[in-house]
Design a protein around this ligand. Structure first.
Ligand SMILES: Cc1cc2nc3c(=O)[nH]c(=O)nc-3n(C[C@H](O)[C@H](O)[C@H](O)COP(=O)(O)OP(=O)(O)OC[C@H]3O[C@@H](n4cnc5c(N)ncnc54)[C@H](O)[C@@H]3O)c2cc1C
Length: 397
């Protein structure tokens, strides 16, 4: 049986980043990825903050578009265009983006095994054994000192090794289509479009647009309806269009460490609870996970107590964002279409846009949320929303 220092389960952005960092730190690392090709058929719009590339030393070769202007469409078709002073986000081709991270991991010395689905992790006193199957169903066993679970939203493995699992989800649906226009990223709001979430159309280079939505239930049917209403030119192909769906983990979870194991990325709930974006938080936490694993090898301390520092560090970075975003989104899910329309009206008349221009940050949302809540008009509207459906005093406080 091959024995490595660390087995990383999942070759998405978070797992590949951890693997690269660990291999660069001198450890023998093996990534086990279920898919036959890194980044194949990923269901993702691929929007990341522009600074991410410089901050984490990533290549910009996968970028297919930049976002500077966003058009917001209300439930009653009120149109609001926000233009930032400069581009603030990039749209990537996920297969190329993930491929770049895989190349970096391999260059640092990590091995990547494709078409291998991990089914179990057996943690023992002297190491662990990962049980998996290859593409033809043959059993594969890999031994290691430690494992990093980076398997995304699929919670089976976390349960098996006593790690926290996501308990709340939104459901995403998306198609990528050849479409003339829209030129700007467009976001659709309303209970008919995507209750509890929002819809989008994001230009993704070479005449392609990613049209999708995030909602609580029936994402596929709702996306078809959004296409019928807002993208009639897509309709001839709508019957055959491969609408693909995937859940997005929501909310803080714990523990993300245990004896000889850590979880990272969406597997650890490290996603933005406002928008469902998870690439950047996953990468930031991958670096923290790699620090913790390198430290465990340096001190030969693989127990849960010594790995707990990892969770303390990532919570310090993300907890406020995840919690504030979670409750804000829950509150927004209660807004009636009339109240959403009211927000559009406020945005036009109540000096909101300068606040957005000053406080908006693509990755960190709590600053803007708090700034907006300090506006009396906003506060009133959200208080109304809180009281809607009369959940009782203090239900959301
Ligand atoms: C419709 C939609 C749009 C989105 N848009 C954005 C966006 O614009 N920006 C953004 O930042 N985020 C977006 N996200 C979220 C983003 O895609 C994820 O948060 C991100 O991919 C998480 O990265 P990860 O590496 O943690 O997990 P993943 O990317 O899910 O990678 C996990 C990997 O593990 C593999 N795996 C799973 N189980 C096993 C197993 N048992 N054995 C071996 N391998 C396994 C999977 O095949 C996968 O390759 C979107 C999500 C959806 C659904």
């Amino acid at each position: 049986m091959k024995r490595s220092d660390v087995v990383v389960i999942g070759g998405g952005p978070s797992g590949l980043r951890v693997a690269g960092r660990l291999a660069a730190g001198g450890l023998d690392v093996r990534v086990l990825e279920r898919k036959a090709r890194i980044g194949a058929n990923v269901i993702c719009t691929g929007i990341v903050g522009r600074e991410l590339f410089d901050d984490l030393g990533l290549d910009r070769g996968s970028v297919v578009g930049e976002i500077r202007t966003v058009r917001l469409v209300s439930p009653f078709s009120t149109d609001l265009t926000y233009e930032h002073p400069r581009p603030f986000a990039s749209v990537v081709d996920r297969e190329m983006f993930d491929g770049g991270l895989a190349d970096a991991a391999r260059a640092a010395g990590a091995a990547i095994e494709l078409g291998v689905t991990v089914e179990d992790i057996d943690v023992r006193s002297d190491g662990l054994v990962v049980e998996a199957r290859d593409g033809s169903g043959e059993p594969v066993r890999r031994a290691a000192e430690m494992a990093v679970v980076a398997s995304g939203v699929d919670p089976g493995l976390q349960k098996k090794c006593g790690l926290g699992r996501p308990r709340d989800f939104l459901n995403g649906a998306q198609v990528e289509a050849a479409l003339d226009g829209p030129d700007a990223t467009t976001i659709f709001f309303g209970r008919d479009v995507a209750p509890g979430g929002f819809g989008w159309a994001v230009p993704a280079g070479a005449g392609k647009v990613r049209v999708g939505l995030l909602t609580k239930k029936e994402p596929k049917a709702r996306l078809r309806r959004m296409i019928e209403t807002s993208f009639a030119t897509l309709l001839p192909a709508a019957g055959e269009m491969p609408i693909r769906t995937k859940p997005v983990a929501q909310g803080l979870l714990s523990p993300t460490f245990g004896t000889r194991v850590l979880s990272v990325g969406e597997a650890a709930g490290q996603t933005k609870t406002t928008t469902g974006g998870g690439i950047s938080y996953g990468l930031v936490c991958a670096d923290l996970a790699a620090d913790a694993v390198v430290n465990a090898f340096r001190t030969s301390a693989f127990g849960a107590a010594s790995l707990a520092e990892y969770e303390r560090r990532w919570r310090k970075a993300l907890e406020k964002e995840i919690v504030v975003g979670y409750y804000t989104r829950k509150l927004c899910a209660r807004l009636s279409d009339g109240q959403i329309e009211g927000l559009f009206h406020l945005a036009r008349t109540d000096g909101i846009v300068p606040i957005i221009r000053e406080r908006a940050d693509f990755e960190w949302h709590s600053g803007l949320i708090f700034a907006l809540l300090q506006r009396l008009s906003f506060m009133r509207l959200f208080r109304d929303a809180r009281d809607r459906f009369s959940p009782g005093p203090g239900a959301l406080s």
